[in-house]
Design a protein around this ligand. Sequence first.
Ligand SMILES: Cc1cc2nc3c(=O)[nH]c(=O)nc-3n(C[C@H](O)[C@H](O)[C@H](O)COP(=O)(O)OP(=O)(O)OC[C@H]3O[C@@H](n4cnc5c(N)ncnc54)[C@H](O)[C@@H]3O)c2cc1C
Length: 479
Amino acid sequence: MPDFDIIVVGAGTAGMPCAIEAVATGARVLVIEQTDRPGGTLHVSLGQLSGAATQLQAQQGIEDNAAAHLADIERINGGTARTDLLRRTVDRQGATIDWLMELGFDMDPACPAILYLHEAYSVARTYWGVDGGLSVFKAVRPLFERAMKQPNASLRYGTRATSLLTTDGTVTGLRVEYGGQSHEITAGAVVLASGGYGGNARMFEQLTGRPLVTAALDSSTGAGIEMAQSIGARLVGANKYLPTYAGIPQTAGGDRIDWRQMPALTPQQRQPWELHLSPDGRRFVREDSPSVDEREHALLDLPELRFWCVFDDAILRDAPALLPGWTGDELRDAWASRPDFVRADTVPELARATGMDPAHLSDSLNAYAAACGGDAPDRTGRLHCPRPIAGPGLRAILMHGMVLKTAAGLDVTDRLEVRGDAGVIPGLYAVGEVMGGAALSGQGFVSGMSVTPALTLGRWLGAELGTSVTTQSKNRNDL
Ligand SMILES: Cc1cc2nc3c(=O)[nH]c(=O)nc-3n(C[C@H](O)[C@H](O)[C@H](O)COP(=O)(O)OP(=O)(O)OC[C@H]3O[C@@H](n4cnc5c(N)ncnc54)[C@H](O)[C@@H]3O)c2cc1C
């Protein structure tokens, strides 16, 4: 008999609900977590959720259903995600929102709402907690901790899965490291709930050919993906990478972003007063396009995924804040010392300090000034042209397309069995971002379609695997 019926790798967004449901069936469950705390990416995630036909929608008279949610997702991403997997999760996401509410989820009173950070749904079905992802964590954590105290549950922090054990092609357990030593643990099923690779620059660059600039945690190492690949699992979705528009690293030239310091670039919340210019000084995007998808795809045309956001002293003074999450001290320090926050008196000087081509920069500013004066249409089709950018005091901030979640992941069946070229790998399952963000969002970002599926499919998989184990054992006992 194996040491455990089920091992869940990762006590994060998907792993916690998976373990909760598996333990409730009576299965013998081990959860291993490489860090010293549960919650995974929920500690930094915005935690926006989506689900149709929720009790909250009903209370507010919002008509919605799972079919409409699915149709909206496929409209937004042009049908580039997995419809079978979408059905499995979307049909249950409304129930996930109701479940969170029963657990005491501290929902923002503005929910449900239509949000514009990603391409918008056609009805109000996005929800978020007052503390973002932490609100989700606070709701689920007590249930997880209670489950882990059951006699059929074990939990090990500081324990890292390093490879999968197999016998004749079937996964039979894991090799793990803790206390500086390697150990083997056997199980009837291994669930990889180990997240994406948004903290792993090497893997990200290999898969996308782009430099990593990320708001993900270091614990998003992609280890689960690489472990499964090494026993023949197939990787899918690498060609569907799309950057989030856009962020500023915590340090100049650094690759880590704190999402609380994200610039206000959503036109539905703040119309742009600035120009976004490619590293050589050309316009590449309609800054006020209501479609974030259009802006994100335009960013893909810039090999390094970065651009200069250009304005002047008068705009800084008169426009709504571009960096609302920054304190006065942080801004003063940045302008005083960071090479990616540039102030210059003349266009040639700005070009020199930013590396932009002076001719392109000048041409971009002049053409935009003509559009502001009504002398010519803006060359990108931009409609919000409040005033030319002419100084005195020209300014530019370097911004980057960034990673919130990673696109590529393990190929799974609609029952979340991991598969390789030769078919399903028995005993191995994947749930959450380890399946690749593209599986459910395609080449696009769809509101709430990472956290909610991680919770929903995590619960579903835990219950399915647990029930199958306990039914088999009951059948054996009945014989
Ligand atoms: C800043 C930010 C904002 C976001 N906002 C949203 C949003 O608003 N809405 C949305 O839907 N999505 C959002 N996302 C994405 C979403 O939060 C994630 O895709 C999701 O939380 C990932 O869940 P997961 O369970 O797959 O991974 P995680 O929650 O990261 O959990 C994985 C766990 O596995 C552990 N682990 C990894 N490898 C090993 C190993 N080898 N051994 C043991 N343990 C291991 C990790 O330490 C971690 O605890 C955001 C992401 C970021 C970074």
